[in-house]
Design a protein around this ligand. Structure first.
Ligand code: CIR
Length: 257
């Protein structure tokens, strides 16, 4: 499926009040906005039409739109974020997606699910169980995916240090190829897939975004960029330093379809 659209939302002036476990210091809002703008321009250069939500100061983490909704070739599913402070983010995604997906599926209580735990790999989806996505939420999505003839497998990341979401450490590169960091690269669920390992010390670079024939990658991870370049990918490096300070990465900043 060629990607033609994406939802994005710039951070609000409350951005620094969002949830973070990183010890990188508070984000600089002006820099974050400039980085967001560069991210949006990169998507537009790749031919995507952007649906831009306005910043929402009531939800400091709402720039990470990916966590509030999952869009697949079979339709949209509204997520049910595992962090209480993020629950209200779903309403805006419901509204902006309505034109394309008037009757989205929804994760229901007691299930919780963050879109960051959903790694699409063509007709297969890897679903993370994390501090945000519980087994019930993942099971609801797996059932929906099966009804739409997608496969899925579950990966429990709760004991894997440094991973907020599954996609913090895993990305789909296209075909049967994945990019994975640390112990995720060894996980049984990835058997039968070609796994490109993120070089030591560059774990953050495991979160990249495939947009049709191009990969958006985090800037300043030279060993990973060199490896992906050797594999023949066209790379668009982007600086997301201010989002990293809030535990976010490239994929979190858009919902794409
Ligand atoms: C949070 O903790 O929810 C945000 N500060 C970061 C969310 C990042 N989202 C993602 O990786 N999909």
């Amino acid at each position: 499926m060629r990607i033609t659209r994406a939802v994005v939302r710039p951070p609000a002036d409350t951005f620094a009040a969002g949830i973070t476990s990183s010890r990188l210091g508070p984000p600089n809002l002006a820099t974050a906005l400039a980085q967001h703008d560069a991210y949006c321009r990169a998507l537009e250069r790749l031919g995507l039409s952007l649906l831009r939500l306005p910043p929402d100061p009531d939800f400091p983490d709402s720039t990470f739109v990916e966590d509030a909704a999952v869009v697949t070739a079979g339709g949209a599913i509204l997520a049910r974020p595992g962090a209480a402070s993020r629950a209200g983010e779903v309403a805006a995604l419901r509204e902006v997606l309505r034109e394309w997906f008037p009757e989205p599926a929804e994760i229901a209580a007691p299930g919780t699910l963050d879109g960051g735990d959903v790694c699409e790999a063509g007709r297969h989806f890897f679903l993370g169980i994390s501090d945000r996505t519980n087994p019930e939420g993942a099971a609801q999505l797996a059932e929906w995916l099966a009804r739409h003839r997608f496969g899925s497998s579950v990966i429990d990341i709760r004991t894997m240090p440094g991973l907020l979401h599954l996609k913090t450490g895993l990305s789909w590169l296209g075909d049967r190829r994945l990019l994975a960091a640390g112990e995720l690269a060894e996980h049984d669920a990835l058997r039968g897939w070609e796994v490109v390992r993120v070089p030591e010390g560059e774990g953050y670079a495991a979160n990249c975004v495939r947009v049709n024939d191009t990969l958006l990658v985090a800037r300043d991870f030279p060993a990973t960029s060199a490896l992906l370049g050797e594999l023949g990918y066209d790379l668009v490096p982007l600086d997301v330093s201010e989002y990293r300070k809030m535990d976010g990465g490239l994929s979190c900043l858009s919902v794409r379809w």
